[in-house]
Design a protein around this ligand. Sequence first.
Ligand code: MN
Length: 425
Amino acid sequence: MLTANDPSRHTWLDVPNDSDFPIQNIPFGVFIPEDDFTTIGTRIGDTAIDLAAFHQLGYFKDIEELPDDIFLQDTLNDFITLGRPMWRRVRNRIAEVFEANNDELKNNEEHKAQILFPVDKVQMLLPVFTQDYTDFYSSMEHAENVGTMFRGKENALMPNWKHLPVGYHGRSSSIIVSGEDIHRPLGQMKPADADTPVFGPSKLLDFELEMGFITSDGKHLGERITTDEAEDYIFGMVLFNDWSARDIQACEYVPLGPFLGKNFASSMSPWVVTLDALEPFRTASPEQDPEPFDYLKTTGDRTFDIQLQTIIQPENGAENVVCESNFKYLYWNISQQLAHHTVNGCNINAGDLMASGTISGPDEKSYGSMLELTWRGANPITLSDGSERKFINDGDTVIMRGYCKNENVRIGFGEVKSKVLPVIE
Ligand code: MN
């Protein structure tokens, strides 16, 4: 079934050592080739593959149910709507054509000129049109760290936290693709020694190291998706930086939760890695105690071993790795998140984004936000140029990378990267 995952497969395209995108990955994204129309594509090594051209030139002719214009789109939504068996057939067929000993396209220079582009010559766009973005809060270490800072160690976790995957509805209009810059937000903040708020540029701008999963169409309003069904409704995953202005957030969150401290921008990596490609990296989630309700129970390994990094790069400076974490630390897995999201009958659409919440791990280097890494600014981080950071400065670029690796194969997500520009005057 998953022939695309065959670890012994080699490709006739160049793939640099330690590439995130070997022939076993075959992620999906949307890009503009030089002087051409927006297309859906995939990537092997550093080659972007135009799937609209690939389809038009007949390379999917054996998949008769695949609509002619399915890749001639500016989002993945319609392709996602076709469902998991079709995603699988398309990945398998791409793997076949680019396999080392397959000559169908390899020796056709005219077709290759229409299909293949150096990845640095194409412009990546947001891969999906997201109608709804939900942000969970599924890392126990993150929830405990933030709870300890604001309520003390005794009351760190709220009483509901181990009974359900806490989440809130975010804002999808301000989701941007990697490479787009953001501006520092303005807002109301309350200095520690003041009784009333002040207004101005956020002083405590932070990143949140997250991953998000992208859903397919779900069921009708009123129906539920069970934990056993959940993975059939999940297309793939991306890296996600859920930018947060801590001072604005602190001033506004009572009683209805995050608002302007969150909705000014969130950055997404451009290549969606399918759950199928992540299959070799399944692993167990942390033990859950107390036992969750039946509707949240899962069997088997339902999460993935994905190594994550956050990097701060000052203006014209070097990259500084400030955090190393792992997706597998999350207490609630993606099947539990989706089952919980729909247990009340809430419907989902193709392209919806469900983010994990900040992914912190057990040790101090694995904390997924500056809030935790510097403990609210009490322990600043020193960068390689000697400068200190409590939070993120104007001119800083924040980069997140993620990949899975075993003895056979490395499957990665590339990166999500945005620079912080000053407030727009
Ligand atoms: Mn978040």
